[in-house]
Design a protein around this ligand. Sequence first.
Ligand code: ATP
Ligand code: FE
Length: 335
Amino acid sequence: QYILAFESSCDDTSVAIVDTDYNVIVNLISSQPEHLEFGGILPELASRLHLKNIVTLTKAALNASKLNLQDISAIAVSINPGLIGSLIVGLAFAKGLAWSLSLPLITVNHILSHIFANFIEHKAVEPPFLALVVSGGHTELVHFDTLTTFTVVGKTLDDAAGESFDKAAKLLGLGFPGGPAIDELAQKGNPNFIKFPRALPQKNNFNFSYSGLKTAIRTWLVNQNPETLQAELPDIAASVQQAIIDPLVHKTVLWARQHKIPYILLAGGVAANSALRQQLTTTSAKYGIKVFYPSNALCMDNAAMVGAAAIPKFLTKNYAPLSINVSSLKGTRQV
Ligand code: ATP
Ligand code: FE
């Protein structure tokens, strides 16, 4: 059976079709370069562009899949968190299709869907597992006892990991989004060049904090000679990246060890970071813990992960009423 899924929480419109065994039939993404000239995302522009793109993208997805609307068994859509106007476009379109085709509507949380992106390529992973969500707006450690029962056991008190990469990159003049630029530069740099602070080092504290790092980078930059700075960029990038990664790896592995969890699932845009993937994998392996992460494309916002997160709800007929609305509730949750 096939689920037609929509993702429109931020600035990417995406339409996907998945089957109930986590296979992706099609996963199309239309990004919005229109925001680039503003140096950030304009919410009103984002929702208008979703509105412009979503019909064409849905037709293209159906064409590419060689399926018809009659072959679809359910409609899935993310309804929180995200930009309210953007979410409304996806939900309104999903509701319209569900109503006109008499199909069930399944609503999912965008952060939960980032975690479920893992099952598309790693079908054998079973609970219990620990998920480390590191995205543009979230940094959370989520302990799963089953696919549908989970607890957020740690989270950021201020900036998210991705936000931290982006703000550091801005201070260093590397453009937006900053994560990929820092990742690449850092590969040629020395992570011990500058020792930026690591927040909340207490052994039983599983929360994160990155606002101090931002200030530390700014303060450090003030005293530098702009002439030598350019040559030092790889070392600075590597040092910033290491300051972001250290607490993530340390706290995630510690929780998994303390609770005898065999699997760690990385999720969200920052799960594409090569150093984080490598260090989390190596450290976990010392304790017999296995680490999984989605391939780069599935780390970013996409509708296949929304379809994947809808599967447990589809199988238990946990459908949403057409009266449901979007919300701004943050964090990993059952909508
Ligand atoms: P949320 O999912 O919390 O609502 P979002 O959808 O905007 O936020 P994502 O699309 O999941 O966030 O991730 C985007 C973030 O991932 C950006 O902050 C970006 O800099 C970061 N990122 C992408 N690639 C890398 C990389 N290779 N290294 C580090 N960060 C990266
Ligand atoms: Fe996201």
